[in-house]
Ligand binder design. Structure first.
Ligand code: NAP
Length: 294
């Protein structure tokens, strides 16, 4: 695992730079009874053991149920994980964000989050949210803050606010079949050293959802490389783009075999020919499009 690709979170005034694995673990739909709880807990622990040490959750998922599953998985190994959670936009006020974070911490059975994200832009002023994030940081309850589902204009507005430029990441929908962010959002963030967390990296959602895993070219390229189509999609999402390694994919997987395949995708380096073949079928955007969301 030592040679696995890593993505660097920049140092802040209060935290040193932090290198994270380029593939983490999502948790949407955990804690909803879709799979036995012990299977969900075991899958997250299995992922940790295989180097998928970033865990992404949210107060929204399963109405707190996903955070409870994560809390159980991390009960005796909190230090092994880089833990990310998200606040609903309507809970992102000066005081409500503090209460929401404290409730997340209780469900997660921890005293701090490594990263706390605003789940999507809402109607509460970002000034207020930033103030709450700063109070949470001062209290040691969060180490860094970031956002999710922000397009370029929203990122620019955020970074113009006092403290806003310290935004650590933006988490957005990104997969081979939905490349809109490559036109302007990704370059904007890259210029400022703000990594992207790619959600739905296996194309399980989004308005541009396609059956990527069953696409003949995806299957053909994967077969020639001796990997699965899902590993191809993950390796593609995290492959260095314009020389930068700044995308972290966060697939959700409950089946242990899936977890292992996803971890093994960290070792897959796509060659130029494979990337070109995928580009030919799934071209990069030539113009700005609306941010794809779930
Ligand atoms: N910020 C946001 O607004 C936002 C929105 C959506 C998602 N997210 C985050 O991003 C995470 C990932 O997105 P997602 O859960 O929607 O979709 P996803 O990760 O693209 O897909 C999840 C699905 O893929 C399957 N899968 C995982 N690994 C596989 C493999 N190796 N082979 C075959 N199938 C595999 C899973 O099956 P099993 O579970 O059966 O293994 C599950 O059905 C979420 O869990 C959440 O943490 C954030």
């Amino acid at each position: 695992m030592t040679t696995s690709p890593r993505v660097r979170l920049a140092a802040t005034d209060h935290e040193p730079a932090r290198d994270l694995p380029a593939i983490g673990q999502g948790t949407w739909y955990l804690g909803e009874g879709l799979a036995p709880r012990e299977d969900e807990v075991r899958a997250l622990q299995h992922g940790l053991a295989h180097g998928l040490t970033l865990i992404d959750t949210a107060e929204m998922y399963g109405d707190g149920g996903a955070e409870e599953v994560v809390g159980e998985a991390l009960a005796d190994r909190r230090d092994e994980a880089f833990l990310v959670s998200k606040v609903y936009p309507w809970n992102a006020g000066r005081d409500s964000a503090i209460a929401a974070c404290e409730a997340s911490l209780r469900r997660l059975r921890t005293d701090h989050l490594d990263l706390y994200l605003l789940h999507w832009p809402g109607s509460i002023s970002l000034d207020e949210t930033l103030e709450a994030f700063e109070r949470l940081r001062e209290a040691g309850k969060i180490r860094r803050f970031g956002v999710s589902n922000f397009d370029v204009e929203e990122m620019a507005a955020l970074s113009a606010l006092p403290g806003g430029a310290a935004c650590a990441v933006n988490q957005v929908l990104y997969h081979l079949g939905s490349r809109g962010i490559e036109h302007s959002l990704l370059p904007w963030q890259r210029e400022r050293g703000i990594p992207t967390m790619a959600y739905c990296p296996l194309a399980q959602a989004g308005t541009l959802r396609r059956d990527l895993l069953g696409h003949p070219e995806v299957k053909a390229v994967a077969a020639e490389l001796g990997i699965t189509p899902t590993q191809l999609l993950l390796a593609w999402a995290i492959s260095p783009n314009h020389g930068a390694r700044d995308v972290i994919a966060i697939p959700k997987a409950t089946q242990l075999e899936h977890v292992e395949q996803n971890a093994a995708a960290l070792a897959v380096e796509l060659d130029a020919e494979s990337l070109a073949r995928l580009d030919a079928v799934f071209p990069a955007p030539s113009r700005k499009t609306a941010l794809d969301i779930v």
